[in-house]
Design a protein around this ligand. Structure first.
Ligand SMILES: Cc1cc2nc3c(=O)[nH]c(=O)nc-3n(C[C@H](O)[C@H](O)[C@H](O)COP(=O)(O)O)c2cc1C
Ligand code: SF4
Ligand code: FES
Length: 484
């Protein structure tokens, strides 16, 4: 049994579901002393049911909802509602299939053998599309950096580790062919003959859908040798991830695919010059790839008209269970966060007051009610110490004490730090120890935050201190001293 202890599920019942599940199963979570238990319980951080949690996975059967404890105990039938999804732009890009019924693979069939890889790269460059996995790197520049070698591998990053985000799960389970079409176009633009999809093991249904979609694509001639009568050979393999948050960071993801531990490594070399087994490797997020068919068929100029001049296009946002209308919505970049929260989300359920809003997952940040007019862009959110990330919006209502939220943030950090570098390995555990005492921290804590943000190997350790500071700012004087 895997039970989610991540932010949206924590916010649903202030974390009470986990001890209750331990109670009904009669086991302690993450206790591996019994080598052959009848039931074992593992805490995981996000199962992609953040809109209807708390959530658990019994084998491969999802259980989600306010009565998750009864479901797990077998007192009521397991249930997991489908992801509510809607377009709020009037002309969906990423949800073109799901919200507008546009069939997949048309752009691929029109492109392969008729257009050149350079043309595809040019359209994507003209669109201004940036990676949607969190780092926001320009997509066409990454493709160009791989250099066009036929050894290039393009990896669809479907690790979706950010608690609060389930956009990639939606795309893979409901419109997997569009993700594959985007991957095929990316491979074509990079001159690659091989694509990989790394799906996190916490998403068994998505894994099955992606595998089935690859089989169908092969049977329909979208993949294979001499695709659609062209000179292009392309095959795609779907691989299950091994769990953990950091395993979604691109160098950690590559290490995992090579059979090693999912730990990040120093860059350079960047994966585009030396990635999987030393060959040029392009890693793109699932949502990034799902935007590519629209851009190639409508043209980069059409995409530039969406969003803001500095940050073009649309973005999927995921609203957590505390909202009246939780779900995955496609919005234009630049939409005020308040509009998303009130008009799409309908505010908080049962008239609850917002404590803080987490935007962009554990490496993003927290906003208070007062600053929700901020437009949803990387630049504007950065001005408030937050980040766009994968655009999960997790509402934490005012029933939960600020110190509990702080402890939750440090507990996530301590559990998910991969341990490859000392500032983050030691700092995340020390942060949790201090937060557990609840005593106002001193200068050593402030120094520790500085060392973490300056000396950590990857963005996990570097982004945690700003995320903590944004939480402290959002709660104003209720967490004084904890920002370092
Ligand atoms: C700790 C950490 C975890 C990450 N997890 C994910 C993830 O789950 N999915 C993802 O697409 N990108 C993740 N990323 C970002 C990837 O390293 C990489 O930038 C991204 O997959 C590139 O795709 P994009 O350019 O299309 O966004 C993570 C980064 C860090 C630092
Ligand atoms: S910063 Fe943290 S997650 Fe990143 S390499 Fe160091 S220990 Fe691992
Ligand atoms: S399912 Fe629990 S936070 Fe996503």
């Amino acid at each position: 049994m895997r039970v989610c202890g991540a932010t949206a599920c924590f916010a649903a019942q202030a974390g009470r579901h986990l001890p209750a599940i331990e109670g009904v199963l009669g086991v302690t979570a993450d206790d591996d002393r019994d080598p052959d238990p009848e039931v074992s319980l593992q805490t995981v951080r996000c199962l992609g049911y953040c809109y209807g949690g708390p959530a658990a996975l019994d084998g491969e059967t999802p259980c989600a909802g306010p009565d998750v404890v009864d479901q797990v105990a077998g007192r009521v039938r397991p249930q997991a509602p489908p992801i509510p999804a809607a377009d709020a732009t009037g002309d969906p890009v990423v949800l073109a299939g799901i919200a507008a019924g546009e069939p997949p693979w048309r752009t691929w069939a029109d492109t392969v053998g008729r257009r050149t890889p350079e043309l595809v790269q040019q359209e994507v460059a003209a669109s201004g599309l940036r990676g949607r996995g969190g780092a926001g790197f320009p997509v066409a520049a990454k493709w160009a950096a791989a250099g066009g070698s036929p050894d290039t591998v393009v990896i669809a990053n479907a690790d979706e580790g950010d608690p609060g985000s389930y956009a990639d799960r939606l795309l893979m389970e409901v419109d997997p062919a569009r993700v594959l079409e985007g991957l095929a176009l990316a491979c074509f633009a990079c001159g690659a003959r091989r694509g990989l999809v790394l799906v996190r093991s916490e998403y068994p249904q998505a894994l099955a859908q992606m595998r089935e979609a690859v089989e169908r694509a092969r049977a329909d001639g979208h993949l294979g040798r001499r695709v659609h009568g062209s000179g292009v050979d392309l095959d795609v393999e779907v691989v299950a991830g091994a769990g953990s948050y950091v395993a979604g960071e691109e160098t950690a993801l590559i290490a995992g695919l090579e059979g090693g531990r999912g730990c990040a490594r120093a860059r350079p070399p960047y994966p585009t010059s030396s990635g999987l087994w030393g060959v040029p490797t392009v890693v793109n997020n699932v949502e990034t790839l799902a935007a590519v068919p629209w851009i190639v068929s409508r043209g980069g100029a059409a995409y530039v008209r969406r969003g803001t001049p500095g940050e073009t296009g649309t973005k999927l946002v995921c609203l957590s269970e505390r909202f009246t209308h939780p779900g995955c919505y496609e919005v234009e970049l630049g939409t005020p966060v308040r509009r998303i929260v009130t008009e799409l989300g309908g505010g908080l359920r049962n008239g609850a007051e917002l404590g803080v809003l987490q935007v962009g997952g554990p490496l993003g940040g927290f906003l208070s009610e007062q600053v929700l007019d901020v437009p949803l862009t990387e630049t504007e959110l950065a001005g408030h110490g937050a980040a766009l990330g994968h655009a999960g919006l997790v509402a934490i209502d005012d029933r939960i004490e600020p110190l509990e939220v702080l402890r939750h943030v440090w507990a996530f950090a301590a559990a998910e730090s991969c341990g490859a570098c000392s500032p983050c390995r030691v700092g995340s555990r020390r942060g949790l120890e201090l937060a557990r005492t609840g005593e106002p921290p001193g200068d050593a804590y402030a120094r520790m935050l500085r060392v973490m943000s300056e000396a950590s190997l990857c963005a996990f350790g570097r982004r945690l201190p700003p995320a903590v500071r944004s939480l402290v700012r959002a709660y104003e004087d209720r967490l004084r001293g904890w920002g370092g």
